[in-house]
Ligand binder design. Structure first.
Ligand code: UDP
Ligand code: MG
Length: 160
């Protein structure tokens, strides 16, 4: 089953929105399999946002990501990379559709409360960047048979 990587940004933590975001993840039926609070530093952000390092907004972005500790999470579910990106919404909160996390909870292009991996390949890289394998609790939720139909479930799920 697929995994994705999430950061609850300082704009989420400082505004008291952690519970709201985690609650929506849980209510959707997505499983949280790792979660930790940490203070990001510039080295980690240069790696994480390497594709944006040359952009004029990078220094401000890095500063905003270090303003408070963040919460890093690994989520698990069928198609969870795409599903969670759709839950997050467009980058600019002012353009994000109502019903999405950004479209309901923020007004900013930068202080947009959550990071979510944009592909399965990047999810694997980002999970490995922020978590030691021992920190990932890849358990089987008890309500799995109510989250999915049997034929939707990967037959190898229980072995993973
Ligand atoms: N960002 C910004 N200004 C911009 C574009 C992006 O500050 O013009 C920040 C914003 O916080 C965004 C992050 O850089 O979430 C990463 O940008 P990306 O294009 O990957 O957007 P995302 O995948 O988060 O929607
Ligand atoms: Mg991105």
């Amino acid at each position: 089953m697929e995994q994705t990587f999430v950061i609850l940004k300082p704009s989420c933590v400082a505004r008291g929105l952690m519970g709201e975001v985690i609650g929506r993840i849980e209510r959707r039926g997505i499983t949280v399999i790792a979660m930790k609070m940490m203070q990001l530093d510039i080295e980690k952000l240069r790696e994480h946002y390497a594709h944006l390092a040359d952009r004029p907004f990078f220094p401000g972005l890095a500063e905003s990501m270090m303003a408070t500790p963040v919460v890093c999470m690994v989520l698990k579910g069928i198609d969870v990379v795409r599903v969670f990106r759709e839950m997050v919404g467009s980058t600019n909160g002012r353009n994000a559709a109502p019903g999405t996390l950004r479209g309901d909870l923020c007004m900013s292009n930068q202080a947009n409360i959550v990071h979510a991996s944009d592909s399965i390949e990047n999810a694997k890289i980002e999970i490995a960047r922020f978590f030691d394998p021992s920190e990932i609790c890849d358990y089987t939720p008890q309500n799995l048979s109510f989250l999915y139909a049997n034929d939707e479930l990967d037959p190898d799920y229980y072995k993973k």
